[in-house]
Design a protein. Structure first.
Length: 264
């Protein structure tokens, strides 16, 4: 898929969910991985082709709190790439998430949620401090599908990531412009750039302490089923946009007799 086609898919998601308007100030959350960096590059290049103008403020959440020399070098190389290729200054937010979340006293089911919550909270605080009204995250179609199945299998609810989530009465919106794009398409885009950017793996506290990741299990299920059902990801993604409410079990559910998490 060409960059033009990729940009078209991103533009379609932006338009469908009214993600970006004239004059928006957008914090772009970077993780060091391909997804968030591709998001920043595509949003930056999009400015040259459309009449709508907005400002981009890349931000990186350092879960090592600046205490890892090796990780600091990777962050510096990423910041240099962002500056040289786009003329943007990458803000670094230092947190102690790794030290806190790798504490063995944390419950197994809590660590991934707490990590994501901490990162998002720091991005929101930074956005508010510089008067930004949008926070762009690099989640793509695969992330949305996997989250939907994780919630179905483990939380017993039909829900997933929203392409746009308004917070504080609309003062800030979390947006996911890559919602219509698959991960493999993002990887191909990055590998076909004239200069391959300095991408590196995201710090995952769960993997650091060798805990089983539910997302990895769900990802494996999707990969195996996709061999037999080529459009599996698209179909699951579309199903979350096309719910048949009258045919869901909650139509006749009586909350007086059963709690939300009680067994049927």
């Amino acid at each position: 898929m060409t960059e033009k086609n990729l940009s078209k898919l991103m533009g379609q998601a932006i338009n469908d969910y009214d993600m970006i308007k004239e004059g928006d100030r957008i914090v772009v959350g970077l993780s060091g991985g391909m997804d968030s960096l591709a998001l920043l590059i595509l949003l930056y290049r999009r400015l040259k082709r459309i009449p709508v103008k907005y400002e981009l403020f890349p931000a990186f959440v350092d879960n090592f709190n600046g205490e890892s020399k090796d990780y600091n070098k990777k962050i510096e190389s990423l910041a240099l790439f962002v500056k040289d290729s786009m003329g943007l200054d990458m803000h670094i937010i230092h947190t102690r998430a790794v030290k806190i979340l790798t504490d063995e006293t944390k419950k197994k089911r809590d660590i991934c949620f707490l990590c994501a919550q901490k990162r998002r909270t720091e991005l929101i605080k930074y956005a508010l401090s510089i008067n930004c009204n949008r926070i762009a995250l690099g989640h793509h179609m695969d992330d949305i599908v996997e989250t939907g199945l994780m919630n179905l299998f483990y939380k017993r609810e039909l829900s997933s990531m929203l392409p746009r989530l308004d917070l504080f009465g609309g003062k800030i919106s979390l947006i996911r412009p890559l919602a219509y794009i698959k991960k493999i398409q993002i990887e191909n885009f990055i590998y076909n750039l004239k200069e391959i950017p300095p991408v590196f793996g995201e710090v995952c506290p769960s993997k650091m302490i060798r805990r089983d990741l539910r997302r990895d299990k769900v990802r494996e299920i999707i990969q195996n089923l996709s061999k037999e059902i080529p459009d599996l990801k698209k179909n699951i993604f579309a199903s979350f946009r096309n719910p048949k409410v009258d045919y869901l079990l909650n139509v006749f559910f009586n909350p007086k007799n059963a709690g939300r998490f009680k067994r049927p």
